[in-house]
Design a protein around this ligand. Structure first.
Ligand SMILES: [Zn+2]
Length: 161
């Protein structure tokens, strides 16, 4: 079977609908659409986030079901973006497990932060982003976390409006 299936568990919501895209199916022999029910070569896996209902539908039926049209390129982008977010959330969760007190401080700082001037960077959010994106690797977590607590945090607090 010549098939490529891309799947992700994260919430790649389609437009403002309750449906999320969980996968893209591409098969040379085609597969039945759960909606029309034609045999199609390219289909989307959908899950309704409110009811839990799952469907595998073609592009045309995706619009009928969700109310939103989704090109294959858009679908790929949506999935890639969702996968990236999922990966980043997983890394941050790992950091949180390893350094709970630092992670809690960063979360609180990022949430309560107000710019002292237009364009001032939210250093807590930036730190979280660096960890999540892997810009600070695991071997640097302890040192950079300690630096955040002893320097960055004080620096940000001193500038607070
Ligand atoms: Zn269909």
């Amino acid at each position: 079977m010549n098939a490529t299936t891309v799947t992700t568990a994260s919430a790649a919501l389609i437009g403002t609908s309750a449906w999320k895209l969980t996968g893209i199916r591409s098969t040379s022999e085609g597969q039945r659409c759960d909606h029309c029910p034609r045999t199609l070569k390219n289909l989307y896996d959908l899950t309704n986030t409110e009811t839990g209902q799952t469907m595998t539908v073609g592009r045309g039926c995706c619009k009928k079901v969700t109310g939103w049209s989704l090109t294959t390129a858009e679908a790929r982008r949506l999935l890639n973006h969702a996968r990236q977010q999922e990966r980043q959330a997983r890394v941050w969760a790992e950091f949180t497990a390893a350094h709970p007190e630092i992670a809690a401080a960063v979360e609180a700082d990022a949430a309560s932060w107000r710019p002292a001037w237009t364009g001032q960077a939210n250093l807590a959010a930036h730190f979280r982003w660096q960890i999540s994106r892997g810009a600070i690797s695991r071997v640097g977590w302890r040192d950079q976390g300690a630096r955040y607590m002893s320097e960055v945090r004080q620096q940000q607090a001193a500038l607070a409006p």
